[in-house]
Design a protein around this ligand. Structure first.
Ligand SMILES: [Zn+2]
Length: 502
């Protein structure tokens, strides 16, 4: 159980990895330190992650919108995204890199491949007495937010992640996933624990719809804010019921207003979670509308940062999804602007097909202004997954291309605004981002690692050692060490042997 790593780590054997916050300023941009920007330390950090987004999404979105997006003028550099075990990362390993500054295997959160737990930039901000928050449109226990506030071997263990987010006393948590906090007896996914009750006992105020969120008035000295607006993920922006679910922009605004009450500054991570899901579905309209929802959130952050003057806003995806292109199929132009006429996700359109799929034309016409060709109707008719065939027809009309239904390994653009923003210029790795943020805000980061217990508790025999000596050194009876290690004879240990310490 990790409770506030900084505290737990002390009892679990704190070691120093040798990476310090100053490592970030030693990565080739040294001359930038002297231009005055760094003299102005960032007080607040808003770290915004559009899951699945890259430069092609940015280009298509600019055409979709008809003008520059709020981030375009703030582009600084680019970065690589590979994980410890693949050149195509998943969101757990990418989130860990972006939160803790270390590579790990796909599927793992906050723990490196050797099993060592690494402090996240959010936890390091807590140690500096900053207020902290996480906002997402997925479950709040999904990989990206989880990577900032929890440490688990398996990203699928969302019930454990829920418990850790609350144990970690993150001040503001807004997103979906109420079921991951409730016990099975109340329809939730927790075996027994009622994490909502636990949160209430820790003075979390609970909001479960838009009005409750907008009316929330949190006394940050004594209260925290937990908003869970759906049992599972929140709705795609195309289908959001604005009476029930707040927008990503509204959640971001409330989070900023709440966290800004802390005089020590704040760290906030905001994820546009569903751009990635649109990419997996090759759903161009869902992608563009969820990028728009994310842009509204970035606009809130930039507006605040412009007025505040001491806030660093960093925007960057965790990986690209779908291998999107601007232009496809030999076309000489791309026209994603036609996606404005699409009013449902491919999944929702497909859900209205009858069993024989004899109503393809009328269903597609209901949610788009598209006249389908005979071939397109036939391909939807025969498709194993009609949703994908519908999305393909729509993407073809918009000349938006797709090359995968999974993540891809391309480099991503990073955008930054505020004190320290120019440190993001040039070519980086995803593990550099939290180090650059920490350096900009004077956050001590990158040193707290709690070592894997199984590594911690092994002694390698040196020449001349006896089991008695080793027992004396670590406070064990030599007979205990003999039994634990199944040594047939206490005299028969040799230099290089591993002695497990129970
Ligand atoms: Zn992702």
């Amino acid at each position: 159980m990790i409770k506030k790593l900084g505290v737990a780590a002390l009892s679990a054997g704190l070691i120093f990895s040798g990476v310090s916050t100053t490592a970030a300023s030693a990565n080739g941009n040294n001359q930038m330190n002297n231009d005055g920007e760094m003299g102005n330390e960032a007080k607040n950090i808003i770290y915004m992650i559009p899951d699945g987004f890259n430069a092609d999404y940015a280009t298509n979105y600019r055409h979709f919108k008809g003008e520059d997006a709020v981030w375009d003028q703030h582009q600084q550099g680019s970065y690589t995204t590979y994980s410890a075990d693949s050149n195509i990362t998943d969101s757990a390993a990418a989130g860990t890199a972006m939160a803790s500054g270390v590579k790990t295997n796909n599927g793992t959160i906050g723990i490196d491949p050797e099993g060592n737990t690494h402090q996240t930039i959010l936890e390091a901000s807590q140690d500096k007495d900053m207020a902290t928050g996480l906002v997402a449109t997925s479950t709040i226990t999904h990989a990206t937010p989880a990577a900032f506030g929890s440490h688990v071997e398996d990203r699928g263990n969302e019930t454990e992640i829920a418990r850790q987010l609350i144990d970690n006393e993150i001040d503001v948590l807004l997103g979906g996933g109420k079921n991951n906090f409730l016990p099975e007896s109340e329809g939730g996914n927790q075996e027994e624990a009622n994490v909502l009750q636990q949160a209430e006992a820790q003075n979390y105020q609970f909001a479960e719809n838009r009005n409750q969120l907008l009316e929330a008035d949190i006394d940050l000295d004594n209260e925290n804010l937990l908003g869970l607006f759906a049992d599972d993920a929140m709705s795609p922006e195309l289908h959001r019921n604005a009476e029930e679910e707040p927008s990503l922009g509204e959640m971001t605004q409330t989070a900023i207003d709440t966290l800004n009450k802390d005089d020590d500054g704040f760290f906030l991570m905001v994820e546009g979670s569903q751009i990635d899901w649109a990419g997996h579905d090759n759903d161009a309209a869902w992608a563009m509308t969820d990028v728009a929802a994310f842009e509204a959130a970035v606009q809130e952050a930039i507006d605040f940062a412009e007025e505040d003057g001491n806030t660093l806003v960093v925007v960057g995806g965790d990986h690209e999804t779908g291998g999107m292109t601007a232009g496809a199929n030999g076309s000489g132009s791309a026209n994603p602007d036609m996606l404005h006429s699409v009013t449902a996700t491919g999944e929702n359109i497909a859900a209205e097909l009858n069993e024989e799929r004899s109503n393809i034309s009328e269903v597609v016409q209901k949610y788009t202004d598209m006249e389908l060709s005979e071939e397109e109707i036939q391909s939807i008719q025969e498709a194993e997954d009609p949703k994908m065939a519908i999305n393909a027809a729509i993407s073809t009309k918009a000349n938006v291309g797709w090359t995968s239904t999974n993540h891809t390994g391309v480099d991503l653009p990073v955008y930054a605004y505020g004190p320290g923003a120019n440190q993001f210029t040039g070519f980086h790795d995803n593990t550099d981002l939290p180090k650059l943020i920490a350096a900009a805000a004077g956050i001590e980061f990158g040193e707290e690692v709690s070592q894997n217990q199984s590594d911690n508790d092994v002694y390698t025999v040196q020449s001349g050692d006896t089991l008695f000596d080793i027992g004396l050194k670590y406070n064990y009876l030599w007979t205990t060490l003999q039994e634990t290690n199944y040594f047939p004879n206490p005299d028969l240990i040799y230099p290089g042997d591993q002695v497990k310490l129970p």
